[in-house]
Design a protein around this ligand. Structure first.
Ligand SMILES: *Cc1c(COP(=O)(O)O)cnc(C)c1O
Length: 393
């Protein structure tokens, strides 16, 4: 069966007890034990809840894993996964990394004696060179945020297997609809389901899918021990969002492609970062490991002043952190996701004062483009000014 069909028919969509067409909210923290010597499937909701379980089974199937886990946020999923490692362990990590993950790896895990080296994972030789005798895993994000650098997932998994390491992939930007890292050799795939999987800016949620049973059992132990589980209502909302994933990803990606092309021809736009553009350095690689380019693009307007002008004049996108929603979201990485990073570090990564990231939503692409172009050209400014002048005459 095709992915689109499996989103809706995966064995987890109908309540086995009542036949309800949507898994009910099993809003229960504990479960009656009819026979204390033969405990039921569920005993206490941190350890397992039927609503959450339906979501966990669904993500496992969609990513091609043996087991899935739902956490209270993307960061809860990432942190719980990183607890697989112990004092003395070393990780090789993409240097273009989600800020929250960078914070855990640099501020929390070092206190437990777990160390990470940040390397450009688009360079496989650099990854291999960073592997030490006590390295336990390679952790990558591809395409990266916000300049969409593409890491070769098969190449990373091959290095990891040769050295006996786990490959962990944050697949938030592409979702299993476009990219399935476990099928390319990874061991663990993580999502901030707050983004495209939830899809409606109404839930904070994290998911993990795992390839083999041993890692799954260890991660289950951590989920139960640490307790950062996804609540019942949020599990339901995440499943609700997931049902329309294919349609949303297709539509938003088609619009992103059109907007990226148009912006790359715009005289005031210095550079567009989008893997769907043929001049993007990762274009071919992306096409070889993912079936689409996704709905996130970034563009450089050359200066912070221009950015402020555009942000104050756009009407349609939210100006906000986050991405992957039905509504378009425009983010300013230098002041939002990468604000904590020194300017020099940021500039090396292409995160300049002029860079904006656009997560394309489901609005009409022509309307979005017109809104962006008016804001970039400053046409709306002129018309607001002339309206004001007209009003005082
Ligand atoms: C948002 C995000 C996270 C963190 O997820 P939360 O749900 O906000 O905790 C992790 N990785 C990526 C790539 C993200 O975009």
């Amino acid at each position: 069966m095709k992915f689109e069909t499996r989103l809706l028919h995966n064995g987890n969509e109908i309540d086995p007890i009542t036949g309800a067409a949507s898994i009910p909210l099993y809003q229960a923290s504990t479960f009656h034990q009819a026979d204390v010597d033969q405990p039921g499937v569920y005993d206490y909701a941190r350890s397992g809840n039927p609503t959450r379980h339906a979501l966990e089974e669904t993500i496992a199937q969609l990513e091609g894993g043996c087991r899935g886990f739902a956490f209270a946020s993307g960061m809860a999923a990432i942190s719980s996964t990183l607890f697989l490692f112990s004092t003395g362990d070393h990780l090789v990590v993409s240097n273009d990394l989600y800020g929250g993950t960078f914070r855990v790896l640099t501020e929390v895990l070092p206190r437990m004696g777990i160390e990470a080296d940040f390397v450009d994972t688009t360079d496989l030789a650099a990854v291999e060179a960073a592997v030490k005798p006590h390295t336990r895993a390679i952790y990558v994000e591809t395409p990266s945020n916000p300049t969409l650098k593409v890491t070769d997932l098969r190449g990373i998994a091959e290095i990891a297997q040769r050295h006996g390491l786990l490959t962990v992939v944050d697949n938030t930007f592409l979702t299993p609809y476009f990219q399935r890292p476990l099928e390319l050799g990874a061991d663990i795939v993580i999502h901030s389901a707050t983004k495209f999987i939830g899809g409606h800016s109404d839930v904070v949620s994290g998911l993990v899918a795992v390839k083999d049973v041993d890692v799954a059992n260890r991660l289950y132990g951590l989920q139960n021990a640490l307790g950062a589980v996804l609540g019942v209502q949020d599990s339901w909302l995440t499943m609700r969002g997931l049902k329309t994933l294919a349609t949303r990803m297709e539509a938003a990606t088609a619009s992103a492609e059109r907007i990226a092309k148009a912006l790359s021809r715009h005289p005031q736009v210095k550079h567009v970062y989008y893997t769907g553009l043929p001049d993007h350095p990762g274009h071919q690689l992306q096409a070889s490991q993912a079936s689409g380019h996704g709905a996130v693009l970034s563009f450089d307007l050359g200066s912070g002043e221009k950015v402020r002008e555009v942000l104050s004049q756009v009407k349609l996108p939210l100006v906000a952190v986050s991405l992957g929603a039905v509504e378009s979201i425009l983010s300013y990485p230098a002041r939002m996701s990468h604000a904590a990073m020194p300017r020099s570090e940021r500039e090396v990564r292409g995160v300049t004062e002029g860079l904006l990231r656009l997560s394309v939503g489901l609005e009409d692409a022509g309307d979005l483009l017109e809104d962006l172009e008016q804001a970039i050209d400053g046409r709306r400014f002129v018309s607001i000014a002339s309206e004001w002048r007209a009003s005082i005459v």
